[in-house]
Design a protein around this ligand. Structure first.
Ligand SMILES: [Zn+2]
Length: 137
């Protein structure tokens, strides 16, 4: 029996996310930007936003969505009734809410970014396009 490539502290990985690449023991969400070939979980690949909405693709696994849509939101999104990310499968969103360090740990979420173009103080989900222009921050 082979050992799991995932971190032991993660909840069960939904089957759709198991098809995603793995980095540092985490499945790499579809929206994550790669910087120099390395996934940077703090950065959204803005090029995925339009196809996610137009083709109804899950923001986390990149596979087609079904009839029901789920959003991984926080309290302010519920109050404002605004969400900045496209929908996901329910199982993918549940996994993100339980296993994503940015969503489960406020300390990590506010950690300083190691951005080569600027120093940021929050995971502001900068886009790859802004990184390419050197406009990060
Ligand atoms: Zn999904």
């Amino acid at each position: 029996m082979t050992e799991s490539p995932y971190r032991k502290d993660l909840p069960p990985i939904p089957w759709r996310l198991r098809a995603r690449p793995i980095h540092r023991g985490y499945p790499v969400p579809w929206f994550v930007c790669e910087v120099d070939g390395v996934p940077d979980f703090r950065i959204v690949d803005s090029r995925k936003f339009k196809p996610a909405l137009e083709r109804r693709l899950c923001w986390l696994c990149g596979r087609p969505l079904g009839q029901y849509l789920a959003f991984a939101i926080g309290p302010m999104c519920a109050i404002n009734r605004v969400n900045s990310e496209p929908p996901s499968h329910r199982e993918c969103a549940q996994f993100a809410m339980q296993g994503c360090p940015f969503l489960t740990s406020r300390k990590r979420a506010t950690a300083r970014l190691d951005c080569p173009w600027a120093s940021l103080t929050r995971p502001a989900f900068r886009s790859c396009a802004s990184l390419a222009r050197g406009a990060c921050g």
